[in-house]
Ligand binder design. Structure first.
Ligand SMILES: Nc1ncnc2c1ncn2[C@@H]1O[C@H](COP(=O)(O)OP(=O)(O)O)[C@@H](O)[C@H]1O
Ligand SMILES: O=P(O)(O)OC[C@H](O)CO
Length: 491
């Protein structure tokens, strides 16, 4: 049997997953790592812990694979996107913590460039000016980390999204590369030309020599030596695009929604980017051979992270999975709205200055009700994104494929189906993201063709709408009112 290993470097954990040549998940190793919140709105990760947790899980999976009769033929990489690492090329040492996609420290800078450059940036990158993307975070490092500008002057500074950081470490500093899908999230990359754009580098003050080489999503990224095995790295792709691929949304008009730390809905728009007028992003899906596939994306910054906040911040849950039973035990929440805008609002609102709120509290509001309203907020955010997506693409989806940690919550999936008035289709393989990276690596080594993969996806459960229209309407009205109240909160 031939195996492929995917490294899935997410916002809250590093995972390695072993897939067999039927695309079945054989073994998963996972390690959580520390989140740093040094100041209000700042979110950082330790780049060394990212590598150590990822390598521990990789070694665990390799140990397991050695007990099986077979050979690991390729490694695929998928990762939290936009998060930026800066390191010294000559020593390989990171010079600052990774600045995470959720970090809003560059909001003010982004506001200052939005008016003059917003149109240019949208036209060439498909993105809306926001602190979410990597460009302003890299600029912050150059402006604020003492050694950064000296290293840049000496041509000894490297920037990279997490895929680049992993590839650099896995290849012992031989390869400084990224793929088109990750590059398309930096705000420095022209998605039509598929190259770094000098005009954008000038706006952010980023020297071109600090940036990685941009490669295909299925490609030869070099090889890594782990536990005595030399394994070729054959794919790199941002995690949301990987999930679209792993859900077998290979053709125009197919979409998926992932419920992880954030929520990300992506629609395959075919071989050309579709510009959005409704607050969505045009982004590169993947590139295989000479063919690029584009996607429209609605990014919601806080989804599963709101459940983590219930667990770790408010301490009203011991475990995220408890939220389902608790929500089912709750009383009426038709007037209770939680808006988890902890890091501003993403699609379709794009308000870096919005903040979270709980509205409609009464004397009988308790932990069950707050949990239920928080889960409902995930689905209501997704509803807003789907409305925008339908408007921009003119595609009315027949059903929505879902995945990610919080998609295991049946209460949430049922409520999602209710507020979208659409079937929600959850697959057997819960690791769509990792599967997407494995598919792309498998294509590169000739294990599969796209045609082999078309029918590989199997549904585990389909949720159909049950709630009465007027109940949905009432909830949506309250939600819209709450969104208006939280906008532009921070002065
Ligand atoms: N049963 C559940 N109900 C609601 N949320 C959940 C559940 N299980 C996991 N989560 C949430 O899902 C997220 C983890 O999902 P995952 O896809 O691993 O995220 P990421 O890739 O962003 O690290 C966490 O934020 C967690 O709070
Ligand atoms: O780590 P995840 O799965 O929450 O994904 C993060 C996204 O890639 C951010 O854009």
């Amino acid at each position: 049997m031939k195996f492929i290993i995917s490294l899935d470097q997410g916002t809250t954990s590093s995972r390695s997953i072993l897939f067999n040549s039927k695309g079945e998940e054989v073994y998963v190793a996972q390690k959580e790592f520390k989140q740093f919140f040094p100041k209000s709105g700042w979110v950082e990760h330790d780049p060394n812990e990212i590598i150590s947790t990822q390598m521990e899980t990789l070694r665990e999976v390799i140990h397991h694979s050695k007990k099986l009769d077979g050979e690991v033929i390729a490694l695929g990489i998928t990762n939290q996107r936009e998060t930026i690492v800066a390191w010294q090329k000559s020593t390989g040492k990171a010079i600052y913590n990774a600045i995470v996609w959720q970090d809003t420290r560059t909001s003010d800078f982004c506001r200052t460039i939005k008016e003059s450059y917003g149109d240019l940036i949208k036209k060439s990158t498909g993105l809306i000016v926001d602190s979410y993307f990597s460009g302003s975070k890299a600029k912050w490092i150059l402006d604020n980390v003492e050694e950064a500008s000296q290293l840049a002057e000496a041509q000894d500074l490297a920037f990279g999204t997490i895929d680049s950081w992993l590839i650099w470490n896995l290849t012992d500093g031989m390869t400084h590369a990224t793929d088109v899908s990750n590059a398309s999230r930096t705000m420095l990359f022209d998605i039509h030309e598929l190259s770094w754009k000098q005009e954008l580098l000038d706006i952010f003050g980023i020297p071109a020599h600090t940036l990685p080489k941009v490669m295909n999503s299925s490609d030869q990224y070099g090889s890594t030596l782990v536990e005595g095995l030399a394994i070729p790295i054959c794919s790199a792709i941002g995690d949301q695009q990987a999930a679209l691929f792993g859900q077998c949304c290979f053709t125009e008009g197919q979409a998926k929604n992932t419920y992880g730390t954030g929520c990300f809905m992506l629609l395959n728009t075919g071989k050309k980017p579709v510009a959005s007028n409704s607050g969505l992003l045009s982004t590169v899906g993947w590139r295989i051979g000479k063919e690029t596939t584009y996607a429209l994306e609605g990014s919601v910054f806080v989804a599963g992270a709101a459940i983590q906040w219930l667990r770790d911040g408010l301490k009203i849950l011991n475990d995220a999975s408890e939220s389902e039973a608790l929500a089912l035990s709750a009383g009426d929440t038709s007037e209770l709205i939680v808006v988890p805008a902890f890091a501003g609002l993403g699609a379709p609102y794009w308000d870096m200055f919005a903040r979270g709120a709980i509205l409609g509290i009464t004397r009988d509001t308790g932990r069950a009700e707050i949990t239920k309203a928080t889960l409902e907020s995930l689905a209501l955010q997704v509803r807003d994104v789907l409305l925008a997506m339908t408007k921009d693409s003119k595609i009315d989806l027949a059903s929505l494929n879902v995945d990610g940690g919080a998609s295991s919550n049946n209460f949430l999936m049922q409520f999602q189906s209710d507020v979208l008035n659409k079937p929600i289709d959850r697959p057997v393989c819960k690791e769509s993201t990792a599967l997407g990276a494995a598919f792309l690596a498998g294509i590169e080594v000739g294990l599969w063709t796209l045609n082999d993969l078309v029918n590989i996806r199997k549904s585990e459960r389909v949720f159909n709408p049950q709630m009465e229209n007027n109940v949905v309407e009432q909830k949506v009205q309250k939600w819209n009112k709450a969104i208006e109240r939280v906008k532009n909160w921070v002065d």
